[in-house]
Write a protein that binds this ligand. Structure first.
Ligand SMILES: Nc1ncnc2c1ncn2[C@@H]1O[C@H](COP(=O)(O)OP(=O)(O)OP(=O)(O)O)[C@@H](O)[C@H]1O
Length: 241
């Protein structure tokens, strides 16, 4: 089976510092795939390369058999960055209308789509509030709603639950599972082990290297450990010693 997303020999350097080191990844269609790694390991840089926001120094990215960056494919990707890029002086509905126009969603369809995404992230009752009155968690859910507006077939979320309380975090993960069931391929970055456990497959990143890949169960079993955290430490040692 050919992969929906494949990265071959990806390397990225900023000046003379190499922050992504010869990364190969193959992600099948419809997966919930996790990039797990500590702060500074290269997660954001790698997702920016996948969606075509950054050019790799070496290597290639293919999505759906097309070479990235591809403008056509970029329109089919939903990206939720680490910080919320929203307008705090506008209401949630106005924010969604603004982004819907940017995505080129016809005016007639916008109203329906805005209601749909608001329902997914549970903000239907708060659409008329300006975002300055939103909590941090509500803003994160709004960012997710924006990323979903154009019904992307690939959704990329950079640390979607940072700063979010456990209840909301669980609800966001439920949303992701629902979207996956509807056929969306999802890549999520995290440094939190219990979130990584919810993914179908993982790539463990450390210092720009992929130190291990597989399902959470495989990664634990192969390292002869009991938790993902122990597995992460195990694979780190193999790479570095
Ligand atoms: N534009 C840039 N110029 C120079 N160095 C950069 C740039 N962007 C990222 N880096 C460096 O690349 C490395 C990886 O950063 P990156 O943001 O990808 O890590 P991360 O795993 O996403 O971390 P975090 O979870 O803290 O966001 C870091 O050492 C960072 O300083």
């Amino acid at each position: 089976m050919s992969s929906f997303i494949s990265l071959n020999g990806i390397q990225k350097s900023f000046k003379d510092e190499t922050v992504i080191k010869n990364v190969d990844l193959a992600i099948p269609r419809g997966q919930l795939f996790g990039l797990l790694g500590p702060s500074g390991s290269g997660k954001t840089t790698l997702v920016k390369i996948i969606i075509g926001l950054l050019n790799p120094t070496k290597g290639t990215v293919h999505i759906d058999n097309q070479t990235m960056p591809s403008l056509k494919l970029m329109q089919e990707i939903g990206y939720m960055a680490q910080s919320d890029a929203l307008y705090s002086e506008l209401t949630a509905k106005e924010n969604l209308q603004f982004f819907a126009s940017i995505y080129g969603i016809p005016k007639k369809k916008q109203k329906q789509r805005i209601q749909e995404v608001a329902k997914i992230v549970d903000l239907t009752d708060h659409l008329d509030k300006t975002l300055e009155h939103y909590s941090g968690g509500m803003k994160r859910r709004m960012s997710l709603a924006v990323a979903l507006l154009h019904q992307p077939k690939l959704l990329i979320l950079d640390e979607p639950t940072v700063g979010i309380d456990p209840v909301l975090r669980a609800s966001i993960w439920q949303d992701l599972k629902k979207l996956q069931q509807q056929g969306t391929t999802i890549i999520v970055t995290t440094h939190v082990m219990d979130e990584a456990e919810k993914c179908d497959n993982l790539a463990m990143l450390r210092d720009g290297y992929v130190i291990a890949q597989g399902s959470p169960e495989q990664l634990i079993e192969k390292s002869n450990t009991e938790t993902l955290e122990e597995a992460f430490l195990h694979y780190g040692k193999i790479t570095y010693e």
